[in-house]
Design a protein around this ligand. Structure first.
Ligand code: MTE
Length: 327
């Protein structure tokens, strides 16, 4: 992977995606025929991928992470064009189309609540807070698709230590950005927006919990949660709130968007813990298997692993808990 030394850039230095598009155009050119290019342009957004995407820029000084899986990363086009980001529409292809002009600079994240040192972090501060790691994680959506993504970021614990949670802080609540003018689709999404998520403090402090500023060696595309999101690899994807603006330390379990969601028959469909668990089905479908995106038309579903395969690092946090009750 090409890693450039661009650590001196500030977040506002958005480079037009010349390099990236250049690479793509070169590949397209190499296809050789006008017909092939015309076909590519006619592919739906989710197949054409980043051709319809935003303007991420390269991130430099990346260090490899001991937490990375050795599995092959999903081609970026899938990760950038098959998304859940209800603020930009509920269809998987909507976010890559509708988030193109999302304004993500300037940006601040407010860290508040039960902490000794509440403060606001600018994106430049967030980018420099700890060395940026490339972490290749499995990412499992509750809807049974999965991807393998080389995320960029560092353990959220780095930021948490700076604000010094008090002894009253037991949970961490995350809030995503919401601007009805930029996200008119949100009012029809059928879920509570601003998007709210939460973790127990020990889960948030677990080194695997990533404060994520990029993927595939670039800043995050808008549809994947630019400019900063959470990634919690042993939990279903919905726990990983995108486009974060607030992190609040609280005494009791915070209400989340999906806690509030009532599905078929008014029943809650998604629990607070949401640990990936092949033995606990969703009320409407099995969680035993998953479909890896990009595996080809004839790829078979693969077995889902307990804690998405991260049990060695996280299982001890749930010792003695009934994971059927706390699903
Ligand atoms: N964050 C916000 N703000 N809004 C959302 O709709 N969707 C969640 C999560 N974070 C969502 C969100 C769900 S359901 C999933 S599966 C993941 O984002 C998808 O992340 P990805 O599109 O980068 O794969």
């Amino acid at each position: 992977m090409l890693i450039q030394n661009r650590g001196d850039l500030t977040y506002a230095d958005v480079t037009p995606r010349g390099l990236y598009m250049g690479r793509r155009n070169f590949l397209l050119g190499a296809l050789g025929t006008y017909g092939a290019v015309a076909l590519w342009k006619r592919l739906p957004g989710w197949m054409a991928g980043a051709v319809t995407g935003s303007v991420p820029r390269p991130l430099g000084n990346l260090v490899p992470s001991p937490f990375s899986t050795t599995e092959t990363a999903t081609p970026a086009g899938y990760v950038e064009s098959y998304n859940n980001f209800y603020e930009f529409g509920t269809d998987k292809a909507d976010p890559s189309r509708n988030a193109k002009n999302f304004v993500t600079s300037p940006w601040t994240v407010s860290v508040e609540g039960e902490v000794a040192k509440p403060r606001q972090f600018s994106m430049d501060e967030i980018l420099k807070l700890a060395p940026l790691e490339e972490r290749i994680y499995r990412h499992r959506c509750v809807e049974t698709w999965s991807i393998v993504v080389p995320w960029i970021g560092y353990s959220l614990s780095n930021l948490i230590k700076l604000v010094e949670p008090t002894s009253k802080a037991k949970y961490v609540a995350f809030e995503s950005y919401y601007d009805p003018r930029q996200m008119p689709w949100a009012s029809k999404a059928g879920i509570q927006i601003p998007y709210l998520e939460g973790l127990r403090l020990d889960e948030a402090m677990n080194p695997l919990t990533l404060l994520c500023v990029g993927m595939y060696a670039e800043t995050l595309p808008n549809q994947d949660g630019a400019p900063v999101r959470i990634v919690v690899p042993w939990k279903y994807g919905f726990k990983s709130a995108k486009s974060l603006v607030k992190i609040r330390f609280v005494k009791s379990e915070p209400l989340t968007t999906w806690d509030m969601f009532r599905g078929f028959g008014g029943m809650p469909e998604y629990g607070f813990y949401a640990n990936v668990n092949p033995h606990v089905d969703h009320p409407r479908w099995s969680q035993a298997k998953e479909h890896r995106l990009g595996g080809g038309l004839f790829a078979r579903p693969i077995p889902t692993l307990m804690f998405n395969g991260y049990g060695d690092q996280v299982a001890s946090m749930y010792a003695g808990m009934d994971l059927r009750k706390y699903f």
